[in-house]
Design a binder for this molecule. Structure first.
Ligand SMILES: Cc1cc2nc3c(=O)[nH]c(=O)nc-3n(C[C@H](O)[C@H](O)[C@H](O)COP(=O)(O)OP(=O)(O)OC[C@H]3O[C@@H](n4cnc5c(N)ncnc54)[C@H](O)[C@@H]3O)c2cc1C
Length: 384
């Protein structure tokens, strides 16, 4: 991608973020309120539809641009979690949906008229072992009847559409555990209160995450994406993009922490000199800077491979792991540099510190990434 275009997009994002300073995010965080104004501004600027092809009303840009957008949002102290799923979740529809489904939904998603932000995979009892999910979708004439429960379906209250993974054939009736799972695009406007119940979960960050219950929820059979029973594969194909984009957010967070810590270390004077003159203060920030630069190179490499259509599972996973660890190290250095003021809300450090911690766990935890690397890069026996 032309680096001038990326520089221009970064400037656009930077200017937009200036309208959403720390005070805006602090208030939303305190109230656990959804940042609708920010999401609307991103939508109006066309930034959330960057990955949707032009023929469906999007900008048709590569992942490297989406990565720059999310990184910049986070580097400017904002947070893309309220809407980042919109960017990659539509990939399931784009790659595996029918032309009719693409025409029906993608232009509305591109214009912002429709929100596809709910990605409902995780269940309370299955955890990371996705093939053990127990939500079922059973065909009944022209409909599927869905029963079960999801946990951590983020943004469900602020979404019109949901990508849902459910079991259509029992696990003991399929040759491979990954078979018999299917993906649906659910029009939530039709089923909330009539088969679907959403309950918010209050968490240590402002993330609009929820539990979703399905009680004989009836959806048209036309909601099925692709072939019945192949859903697990469809979900997996979207995961590399998700990991790379989350890694980009972590790089943004890390850069915010590093800049905030360095600025403070230059200005704060104790014992008659700037605290940043002490190596004990400099070194953790310098180390986090080096770790962030290294992780950013892995993110770039993962984007390059993804955009070239080459396999990038290892790079996408390693990018997410390294970037989430770099942002955590940078957050740790930043809070330590601020001393007591690191705990004061008005500095935004404690908020960003809480927010960035999520990415060592979601969308996939570090242990599972290491297991992936061990199995696929090192050819060691599968450990789970
Ligand atoms: C705020 C938030 C938002 C989220 N949003 C979404 C969403 O929108 N949609 C969605 O579907 N999900 C979402 N998730 C779920 C998230 O993807 C999972 O929490 C994550 O994948 C970890 O799964 P788990 O919580 O079930 O942990 P578990 O699978 O129970 O694992 C717990 C711990 O054990 C470790 N572990 C488990 N098995 C192994 C093993 N074999 N080897 C080594 N270690 C192991 C894990 O690494 C982890 O540290 C969200 C979660 C959070 C907290």
């Amino acid at each position: 991608m032309d680096s001038d275009i990326i520089t221009q997009i970064r400037q656009t994002v930077h200017q937009l973020c200036e309208g959403f300073p720390g005070a805006y995010w602090r208030e939303k965080d305190r109230e656990r309120a959804y940042p609708s104004e920010f999401v609307n501004a991103l939508t109006e600027a066309g930034l959330l539809s960057s990955l949707i092809p032009e023929e469906y009303g999007g900008a048709g840009l590569p992942l490297s641009v989406a990565s720059a957008i999310l990184e910049e949002i986070h580097a400017n102290g904002c947070n893309g979690a309220a809407c980042h799923a919109q960017m990659y979740t539509m990939g399931t529809l784009l790659r595996h949906g029918s032309e009719e489904q693409r025409q029906k939904y993608l232009p509305g998603i591109a214009s912002g008229e429709l929100r596809l932000q709910a990605f409902s995979v995780t269940e309370p009892t299955a955890g990371t072992d996705t093939t053990s999910i127990s939500t079922t979708a059973i065909r009944d004439g022209d409909e599927y009847v869905v029963n079960g429960q999801k946990v951590w379906t983020s943004r469900a209250e602020y979404s019109d559409l949901m990508i849902l993974l459910a079991r259509t054939t029992a696990k003991d009736k399929v040759a491979k555990r990954a078979d018999g799972l299917s993906v649906f695009v659910v029009d939530m406007r039709e089923v909330v209160g009539s088969g679907m119940t959403i309950r918010p979960i209050r968490t240590m960050i402002n993330h609009a995450t929820t539990e979703v219950f399905f009680d004989n929820m009836r959806i048209p059979a036309s909601s099925l994406i692709g072939e019945e029973g192949k859903g697990f594969r469809y979900i997996l194909t979207g995961m590399n993009a998700e990991r790379i984009l989350i890694a980009s957010e972590c790089i943004g967070d890390a850069n915010w922490f590093i800049k905030t810590a360095s600025d403070y270390a230059r200005e704060r004077s104790v014992f008659g000199r700037p605290i940043g003159q002490n190596q004990g203060v400099q070194f953790p920030i310098a180390r986090a800077f080096a770790e962030t630069r290294a992780a950013a190179l892995m993110v770039q490499e993962a984007c390059r491979l993804y955009d070239a259509g080459e396999p990038c599972g290892g790079e996408a996973n390693m990018a997410k792991m390294l970037a989430s660890e770099a942002s955590w190290a940078a957050g740790e250095a930043c809070i330590q540099t601020h001393g007591g003021f690191g705990f004061a809300e008005e500095y935004d450090v404690e908020r960003k510190f809480r927010e960035t911690r999520l990415y060592q766990i979601a969308p996939i935890s570090t242990n599972l990434i290491l297991s992936y690397v061990a199995e696929h890069e090192l050819k060691l026996p599968r450990s789970y």
